[in-house]
Design a protein around this ligand. Structure first.
Ligand code: ATP
Ligand code: MG
Length: 566
């Protein structure tokens, strides 16, 4: 079915529930789930949690199982085909496959409409002429019951006539709605005669202008589940209070092919991130980022371009598990999963992000040697490569300190450091320009220290640094991404009134020209690398050109590496 093969999954309350259903022989042993996005934005890492759960359950219970992809396209005003396409691409990228089970709620508008007429016929729904404000005002509060609409006791015949005229386009938006007739005094506000159909004279991306009344989410969702034969409808905790309405609809409508039930789990909240599509849309529309797939975005398309892998995201979702209470997950945990995966698969390479020139005074002019480097210590099959080394090199400015702080173990004036896989060098002189900036380090190398050899009676240098040959190095563009926000919880920090964009990190991307080992000049778009000692990088599939790769920093090598320092 896909490369997201089911691995043993730890038991959680949802899986326990399903196991109990199966033990009782419910649904003839079938487990049918769905992932039901509204196509009003790009998917984000929170959606990945729901995708891994729903599609994961289907894989775990094969062959008597499947997971549907359903577009919950009941609100024509915010939905676009671009979003539908991106959602399919993202689900596939995560490694999941809905097979032939692709559905659109809009494909069942006629059936949903028929169920509404059925409710009217049973005296369980009525057309309300009150304005939206009047409806809101008469709903009551958590402590006071609502008041009945003057239209509540209309006859079924009158309701049917009005509802048909709503459909026929006789009324303006907001003039009338269809409400379920449940209980205006219910302690659950969702049962106080919820609106189930509204008038919207809007063009729909699939049904065009066929409809001017559209079902509400709370009405369409359970019925779509039932029509598709979903057995387990899993959603996030905020829908817990909607569950009684879900069950009311399933119980009162005849002719439904299935009897799904809904259960809720906690949504993913990630530190330093906002996750609502509405907010992500603002970041895009107002130009705070360069699009939905900007590598700083928590969208699936953003993290894909950043270089996160599907396996890492699936591992992350498995690690966080499922709970019944909301909490904040550390961004570090996600980054940890990305490192774990890339450590196994990414090719190693040498690149110096903030170069300073080193001249080896005792290395013969014009001489070049080749050093053999391991492509991936985690996978010997990937072999080795040869990298040139000569008299002039670049090392990273962060690997040198003229006046070292305590505990600095790399290159210092008069000090010795090992060049990884080569030999040790000693810094003899620091050369500066008129402005006092370091332009060059004059060093000597020690032939007796090749291949890790340690001459008798000399202390071994504590530091090992990476390097590239100056004449052979290739210039590559490197983009160092950092957190998009400066605070852990931008939403909380902004509060109800505030604006979360005030917490955007203004230094969330830094672009550098790095000096890289020659082969990186022809790195292929979509390839992952570990720049040794620096971090994991991904060749940007959008901005790279043949011979001109752009490297996005996926994640630093270690936690806390957030200031763009090497
Ligand atoms: P948003 O608040 O970002 O707009 P949504 O829930 O309104 O998200 P939908 O397109 O309706 O967006 O979501 C599709 C599915 O993904 C739903 O079943 C929803 O419960 C789930 N989902 C959305 N956000 C998260 C999250 N942060 N963690 C887990 N599941 C989520
Ligand atoms: Mg939603």
């Amino acid at each position: 079915m896909s490369d997201a093969a089911p691995a043993p999954v730890s038991q959680d309350f949802i899986r326990e529930l399903i196991a109990a259903d199966l033990a009782q022989g419910r649904n003839d042993g079938w487990v049918i789930t769905r992932f039901p996005p509204e196509p009003n934005g790009y998917l984000h890492i929170g959606h990945a949690k729901s995708i891994c759960l729903n599609f994961g359950l289907a894989l775990e219970h094969a062959p008597k199982s499947r997971c549907h992809l359903r577009f919950d396209d009941t609100n024509p005003t915010k939905e676009e085909v671009e979003y539908v396409d991106s959602i399919m691409e993202d689900v596939r990228w995560l490694g999941f496959d809905w097979g032939e089970h692709l559905y659109y709620a809009s494909d069942t508008f006629e059936k949903l409409y028929g169920f509404a007429e059925q409710l009217i016929g049973k005296g369980l729904a009525y057309v309300d002429d009150q304005t939206p404000d009047q409806i809101r005002a008469s709903r009551g509060t958590l402590t006071a019951p609502g008041t009945d609409s003057p239209c509540r006791n209309r006859s079924a015949g009158e309701n049917l006539d009005l509802f048909r005229r709503m459909r026929a386009g006789e009324f303006k938006e907001g003039e009338r709605v269809l409400r379920a007739k449940i209980d205006m005094a219910s302690p659950n506000m969702n049962l106080r005669d919820p609106v189930i159909y509204r008038i919207l004279h809007a063009h729909h991306h699939r049904t065009g202008d066929a409809w001017c009344i559209y079902p509400m989410y709370d009405y369409a969702h359970p019925l779509s589940d039932a029509l598709e034969g979903i057995t387990h409808s899993l959603c996030t905790l905020e829908f817990e209070h909607h569950r009684p309405l879900y069950e009311w609809l399933i119980a009162h409508i005849d002719g439904l092919p299935g009897r799904p039930y809904q259960r809720e789990f906690a949504r993913l909240n990630l530190s330093y991130t906002v996750m609502s599509k509405r907010k992500l849309l603002r970041l895009v529309k107002e130009g705070f980022v360069a699009g939905w797939d900007d590598p700083r975005m928590p969208t699936i398309s953003g993290i894909r371009r950043r270089g996160y892998t599907p396996a890492a995201v699936r591992a992350f979702c498995k690690t966080i598990g499922l709970t019944k209470y909301n909490s904040l997950t550390e961004l570090n945990l996600l980054e940890h999963c990305v490192r774990e995966d890339l450590n196994k698969t990414a090719r190693r390479a040498y690149a110096v992000l903030r170069p300073i020139k080193v001249v080896l005074e005792n290395y013969p002019e014009g001489q070049v040697e080749e050093v053999e480097l391991v492509n991936n210590p985690e996978n010997p099959d990937e072999g080795t490569r040869r990298v040139p080394l000569g008299r002039e090199l670049f090392i990273d400015a962060d690997d040198f300190m003229e006046t070292p702080v305590q505990g600095f173990h790399r290159l210092v004036p008069g000090g010795e450091v090992r060049l990884k896989y080569a030999f040790c060098i000693i810094c003899r002189e620091v050369i500066k320009d008129a402005g006092g900036r370091i332009v060059e380090l004059r060093c000597t190398y020690d032939d007796a220290t090749r291949h890790g050899a340690k001459p008798e009676g000399r202390p071994k240098p504590k530091g090992t640094i990476h390097w590239v040959s100056a004449v052979h190095a290739t210039d590559v563009e490197v983009r160092l991404y950092d957190k998009l926000f400066t605070v852990e919880q931008p939403d909380e920090a902004a509060g109800e009134e505030g604006d979360f964009t005030q917490f955007l990190n203004l230094h969330s991307v830094e672009t550098l020209t790095a000096k890289a080992e020659p082969a990186l000049g022809t790195a292929a778009a979509g390839a992952h690398y570990q720049f040794e000692r620096v971090g994991y990088f991904f060749v940007d599939p959008r901005d790279s050109q043949p011979g001109r790769p752009v490297f996005n920093r996926t994640v630093a090598l270690k936690d806390g590496f957030t200031k763009g320092k090497a």
